[in-house]
Design a protein around this ligand. Structure first.
Ligand SMILES: NC(=O)c1ccc[n+]([C@@H]2O[C@H](COP(=O)([O-])OP(=O)(O)OC[C@H]3O[C@@H](n4cnc5c(N)ncnc54)[C@H](O)[C@@H]3O)[C@@H](O)[C@H]2O)c1
Length: 252
């Protein structure tokens, strides 16, 4: 029987790339997003796709959305917790409201979606939860205190889900470096010199480029598939070698 994958934040960027790869790999694809353009995106995907408008940081909205998926496709096999926002501030600058917003959208949403999807996976005896964290779970820029905290906590959530629901449910975190998405372009636009910041991003990756959404989407599709059946509990960096080189003698 055809499997069903839910992608939160599937309207654009990494989430949209994951939707396309999963649909190509013969999944029913459900986009959960608060952006109305999800309706157009499911028209692009075609048959066996569904858009549910949903703020994934709200429990009742998430519970209702999961029930709609069951009513429509009959099962939930894969959950991709991808929705996220980026905000820039240090601890002393961050208001409590901003802290809560970033935590709710980047972390609590993953908890809520897992909470309401895993019981359906248990009913069929298998499932996969993929949490889109960030390389910022391991390394931090300045001015991203709430974001880097949420992304790091996502690794704890990933381990807990893996441990608590094995062997039926697997859970893996994906940790991208800089990826060319609307989120990145919005961040660059905040700078007086976006081109210079873009070049800085390129330069900090060992592979001297930033990643594409489809590169992350393909990893997500692999992790959703049977081919990855011995992976669980891990954080996988897809980051072009960002941050692994230390200063030292040059080779030329
Ligand atoms: N782009 C990068 O460089 C990068 C790097 C590492 C990690 N990530 C992570 O990857 C994920 C996707 O990032 P992206 O760059 O594609 O972002 P994006 O801004 O391009 O897309 C994010 C999507 O999430 C949706 N969304 C946001 N809040 C939501 C909410 N409360 N409810 C429902 N939908 C919501 C948006 O509408 C949008 O469709 C995020 O979790 C982000 O933190 C991105």
């Amino acid at each position: 029987m055809k499997k069903t994958a839910i992608v939160t934040g599937g309207v654009k960027g990494i989430g949209w790339a994951a939707c396309q790869a999963l649909h190509r790999d013969n999944f029913n694809v459900v986009i959960l997003d608060w952006d109305d353009r999800g309706s157009d995106q499911v028209m692009h995907l075609g048959e066996d796709s569904l858009f549910i408008k949903c703020d994934v940081s709200q429990e009742q909205a998430v519970a209702d959305a999961m029930q709609k998926v069951i009513d429509h496709f009959g099962a939930i096999d894969v959950l991709v917790n991808n929705a996220g926002i980026q905000r820039y501030s240090t601890v002393t600058e961050t208001t409590v409201e901003e802290w809560d917003l970033v935590m709710n959208i980047n972390l609590k949403s993953a908890f809520l979606c897992a909470k309401h999807a895993i019981p359906h996976m248990q009913k069929v005896g298998e499932g996969v939860v993929i949490n889109v964290s960030s390389v910022q779970a391991f390394l931090s820029q300045q001015n991203v205190a709430p974001y880097t905290t949420a992304k790091t906590a996502m690794l704890g959530l990933t381990r807990s889900i893996a441990v608590d629901y094995a062997p039926e449910v697997r859970c893996i975190a994906v940790c991208p470096g800089t990826i060319d998405t609307p989120m990145l372009r919005d961040s660059l636009a905040l700078s007086p010199d976006p081109e210079a910041v873009y070049e800085e991003c390129v330069d900090m990756h060992l592979l001297k480029r930033i990643g594409s959404p489809s590169e992350v989407g393909e990893l997500i599709a692999y992790l959703a598939s049977e081919k990855s059946r011995f992976f669980t509990g891990q954080a996988i960096r897809i980051d072009g070698g960002l941050g692994i080189m230390v200063a030292g003698s040059k080779r030329n």
